[in-house]
Design a protein around this ligand. Structure first.
Ligand SMILES: NC(=O)c1ccc[n+]([C@@H]2O[C@H](COP(=O)([O-])OP(=O)(O)OC[C@H]3O[C@@H](n4cnc5c(N)ncnc54)[C@H](O)[C@@H]3O)[C@@H](O)[C@H]2O)c1
Length: 286
């Protein structure tokens, strides 16, 4: 069976945590990649992320080419107008602000040709709403990568009613070309992952609040009883309680009361107990 292909030319807008990872995985499979960053400092930071990411991948034995050769396939630029017009795929990975995403996507669309597929890596914003500013919403969809991109297997392919079936198929094939696993989800709040993952986390926090069991017992119940690789409270600590609260607030407005954040979550965020990154969450990480 032949290995599925990745696109020849990929543009990534935003070279942060996610964008640098996305650029790395496509370049490692042979694609020519252009990353757009906002200014000189951000360009240097994006290059440093790529270099560090490739060094880690080499250490894991995950590369079949040396890191220098892969890095040479990546150009980091500061102007969307410098993107190659023949790009096959543009992935937007700028911060989670709708007006910023709409702006860079529309600019990128005006530079690349009609052949290009445009994708957003948003974790929560409606893909359909981001697509309304585009001239070719039929060539637009969500490609929701997970953090850290190089070692996370899943990519959610998020489709809108406008997305052309051939575009969906290409995105699915490209995900497989990266050696990752695609699930296709209709554009809806929280897609498949956040919607279920956050709900489980919220219920675990309500159980802790009600004194049903302590955090370790709740996590062990899911890990050992249901074979989840990580319990919902430990996982909330790793993602960040503030990040989870923001998503829960958003899903609450869109999907109703079952996503209402519990008091305990709000109180912990107010106290700065945000999980691993602050040293304290449901567990002590200091
Ligand atoms: N971090 C995660 O766990 C995760 C997981 C899945 C999806 N996402 C989504 O991915 C997107 C990016 O998240 P991140 O964690 O990589 O953020 P980040 O802040 O690490 O990176 C964003 C990058 O975009 C750059 N940028 C800002 N404005 C720009 C512009 N006008 N043009 C070009 N670059 C610009 C910034 O300099 C920064 O390097 C968000 O939509 C986020 O919701 C994040």
């Amino acid at each position: 069976m032949s290995t599925p292909a990745v696109p020849d030319t990929v543009c990534v807008i935003g070279g942060g945590r996610m964008g640098a990872g996305i650029a790395q995985v496509f370049a490692a499979r042979g694609a020519e990649v252009s990353v757009v960053e906002s200014d000189g400092n951000a360009i240097a930071a994006a290059r440093a992320r790529l270099t560090a990411g490739l060094a880690k991948a080499a250490e894991r034995g995950a590369l079949d080419t040396d890191p220098g050769t892969i890095l040479a396939r990546v150009a980091v630029v500061s102007d969307l107008a410098a993107l190659p017009p023949h790009a096959d795929l543009v992935v937007e990975a700028v911060p989670e602000r709708p007006e910023l995403k709409v702006n860079v996507l529309a600019k990128a669309e005006s530079v690349v040709g009609d052949q290009a597929v445009l994708a957003t890596n948003t974790s929560s914003i409606s893909v359909g709403e981001l697509g309304t500013a585009l001239r070719r919403p039929n060539r637009f969809l969500g490609m929701h990568f997970f953090n850290p991109v190089p070692t996370s297997k899943l990519v959610e392919v998020v489709t809108t009613p406008d997305t052309d079936p051939s575009v969906i198929q290409r995105a699915q094939e490209w995900v497989r070309g990266l050696g990752k696993i695609d699930v296709t989800v209709r554009d809806s709040p929280g897609f498949a992952t956040s919607r279920l993952g956050v709900l489980l986390g919220l219920e675990a926090i309500r159980m802790l609040q009600e004194g049903v069991a302590d955090a370790a017992a709740i996590d062990t119940a899911m890990e050992q009883g249901y074979r989840h690789p990580m319990g919902p409270l430990r996982s909330t600590d790793l993602v960040g309680l503030d990040v989870r609260l923001a998503i829960a607030d958003y899903l609450h407005t869109r999907l109703g009361d079952r996503f209402a954040p519990p008091r305990l979550l709000r109180d912990m965020v107010a106290r700065g107990e945000l999980g691993r990154k602050t040293g304290r969450g449901f567990y002590d990480w200091s």
